[in-house]
Design a protein around this ligand. Structure first.
Ligand code: ADP
Length: 483
């Protein structure tokens, strides 16, 4: 297996087309969460390496910005093909460092490629405007230009696809990039460097630096050559980065935490709702920002839904992601397990009932049983906080108004889901939910064609859709006079 992945498993920074170690020679270990064994190391870099990467990106920008949209589109299409040609190898590398099942890893790599292809197409449609002029002797033009060097900080839960949503539009727009992948899962990020080199992106266009989040992040935020920071991760870190970017007035886009509600009304197709619930909850072992955090089920079907959800959850096959047929891998580390345990303990002491699961899996390590808790109440911690694990709390509600109010009672506003067979209710509830994304009778809704992003404290900006290009482009107004 390592044979296949080794070509992409880079254990070095990529700066100005060179694979290099940290100045100090120090490294960080990368651990396979399914075995707790070391896979390899990456450089423990800091501000100095980051500064060099930024300077390389700035130099590369001077020529990359002049490439035509068609040239960039062609490079991105090649990148798409290279990802798909190596889907299995990239998926194995992803499973090894992140833990998700091979099926999900293949899906994530496929999704990365799909975003790249989408932005290869969008590269050619970064239209400006010619606006009817209020003057007889002047013309009004509005053009779009790449913002310049962008910095991308990505998380460990989707180390491949989160980067594709940032690098795709950045490269399509003509920007150059400095990337900092999460230290737990750096190899899927570094693989982007190998792939970009392979398909012919010029040196310095994509730079990748691993190591100290604080030191690298501070330099990315403070350096005036960086014109935009794009971040996916926790709301806490996101807020800090927004503040740090204020000193140089950078554009920021933020994909932060969620607290997704999943509403099931009495008139819903219950089997479809259970199927959607399993996908929306247990995908990536519950470690996604759009995973359901709270289930709200109407009284008339509550008991039947809980029974069916528990039955389906208990059937999920837990194990090492590389094993055939596994549906739920380990959590990223033992800290994540402890957090889930805290949520369960808090709920049980406040009257919640564990219907299935509830404890560490017999496989040990960071494996955890898919868990359903009934009798959830607004006093329990998961009402406000993101679980990020395989725990499904179920609340009971009576009326539509009550359900929408409960769903909105959070500072987050990323994704939400609801199931109903009533058309009027579908519109009322969709309009009432204060979220950036709504799944109606669907539990998995992400696709490159649609804008992904949140409202409230879940973030700023959108990734994917034609909107996904906006954050990487500056608008320039040109007035041509003297006609
Ligand atoms: P999570 O809870 O998903 O690990 P984090 O927000 O802690 O979310 O991490 C997401 C990304 O942000 C990772 O790449 C991490 O290394 C990075 N990060 C964490 N702390 C900082 C920081 N102080 N400055 C810059 N980046 C950071």
């Amino acid at each position: 297996m390592l044979q296949k992945t080794s070509h992409f498993m880079k254990q070095a920074n990529l700066i100005n087309g060179e694979w290099v170690q940290a100045d100090s020679g120090q490294t960080v270990d990368v651990i396979n969460p399914a075995t707790s064994l070391k896979i390899g190391t990456v450089p423990k870099s800091g501000a100095a390496e980051t500064r060099r990467a930024i300077e390389a990106a700035e130099e590369a920008f001077q020529s990359f910005r002049k490439t035509s949209a068609l040239e960039r589109s062609a490079l991105l299409r090649k990148l798409h093909d290279a990802i798909m040609d190596n889907q299995d190898a990239l998926a194995e590398l992803l499973t090894m460092e992140q833990g998700k099942s091979l099926t999900e890893a293949r899906g994530e790599v496929g999704s990365s490629a799909a975003y790249v292809l989408w932005f290869a197409e969008e590269a050619r449609r970064a239209y400006g405007d010619v606006v009817p002029s209020p003057w007889r002797d002047r013309r009004v033009l509005v053009t779009k230009e790449p913002v310049g060097v962008i910095a991308a900080i990505t998380p460990w839960n989707f180390p491949s696809s989160m980067l594709s949503r940032k690098l795709g539009p950045a490269l399509a727009a003509g920007c150059t990039a400095v990337v900092k992948p999460a230290s737990q899962t750096p190899y899927s990020g570094l693989a982007w460097g190998a792939l970009c080199e392979e398909v012919g992106f010029p040196k310095g266009v994509v730079n990748i630096v691993t190591g100290s989040a604080g030191a690298i992040g501070d330099e990315l935020c403070a350096n005036p050559l960086v014109k935009k920071l794009t971040f996916t991760g926790s709301t806490e870190v996101g807020k800090m980065l927004i503040e740090k970017c204020a000193s140089t007035v950078k554009k920021v886009s933020m994909e932060l935490g969620g607290n997704a509600p999943f509403l099931v009304f009495d008139d819903a197709d219950i089997d479809r709702a259970v199927q959607g619930a399993i996908a929306a909850k247990f995908r990536n072992s519950g470690q996604t920002c759009v995973c359901t955090n709270r289930f709200f089920v109407q009284a008339g079907i509550h008991d039947a839904f809980v029974e069916k959800l528990a039955e389906a959850s208990a059937k999920l096959k837990v194990g090492p992601g590389l094993n055939e047929g596994v549906q739920q891998g380990p959590l990223i580390d033992v800290n994540a397990v402890e957090k889930v345990e805290e949520f369960i303990e808090d709920a049980v002491t406040k009257g919640g009932k564990v219907v299935t699961g509830g404890k560490r899996h017999e496989l040990g390590g960071s494996f955890f049983e898919p868990t359903v808790i009934a009798g959830a109440t607004a006093q329990m911690k998961f009402m406000k906080e993101e679980i990020f694990g395989p725990l499904a709390p179920v609340f009971k509600f009576e009326t539509e108004e009550e359900a929408v109010a409960l769903a909105n009672d959070t500072e987050f506003g990323l994704a939400c889901y609801f199931y109903t067979g009533d058309l009027g209710r579908a519109f009322r509830v969709m309009e009432g939910l204060k979220y950036g994304m709504v799944g109606v009778n669907e539990g998995i809704i992400t696709t490159p064609e649609a804008p992904f992003g949140g409202v409230k404290e879940s973030g700023l900006g959108r990734e994917g859709g034609h909107q996904g290009m906006d954050d990487y482009l500056d608008t320039k107004y040109v007035c041509i006079g003297g006609l």
